[in-house]
Design a binder for this molecule. Structure first.
Ligand SMILES: [Zn+2]
Length: 153
């Protein structure tokens, strides 16, 4: 019988950090709720992230979802829409006007529905991974560009 021993070095190093579960945080974010409590709203408008949670006070302004939300939205919707278009064009042959009347509004609607949910899930993941200031307080040392040690004066 073989036994496998795993090193817990990385866990020991992070033992002082609180455990945050990724999936619940991402699901809270996908529901556009605070990744910490799941109750407060994560957005103040369509994609504008709140400074902090109105329910638990968790600071949310640390998020840096940047281009990840549009990237994953395009990734997910592209994998749904392109096969659908290929099936339509190879089996049903709809007239071109149906793409203008049904296809484009459908794609725009799906994008607008998906984008805030994906952004919320990314913020939830960043919170769970304690990225970008979501973690424990870090000592930030800002040095002035006029600092004598840096300028050599
Ligand atoms: Zn909260």
């Amino acid at each position: 019988m073989n036994t496998v021993e795993y090193s817990n070095t990385s866990h020991d190093e992070n033992a002082h950090q609180e455990a945050r579960h990724k999936l619940p945080a991402m699901l809270h974010g996908a529901r556009q709720k605070c990744p910490n409590c799941g109750k407060g709203s994560i957005f103040t408008s369509f994609l504008k992230v709140a400074e902090s949670c109105e329910n638990c006070g968790q600071e949310l302004h640390h998020e840096r979802s940047d281009d990840a939300a549009p990237y994953f939205t395009i990734f997910v919707l592209g994998h749904l829409i392109v096969p659908l278009l290929l099936i339509l064009e190879t089996h049903i042959f709809p007239p071109l006007w149906t793409y203008l009347v049904i296809g484009i509004p459908l794609i725009i609607t799906l994008t607008l529905l998906t984008l805030p949910r994906v952004k919320g899930a990314i913020i939830g993941l960043q919170w769970a991974l304690q990225m970008h200031g979501f973690g424990p307080e870090e000592e930030i040392s800002l040095t002035s560009p006029l600092d004598p040690e840096l300028t050599g004066r």
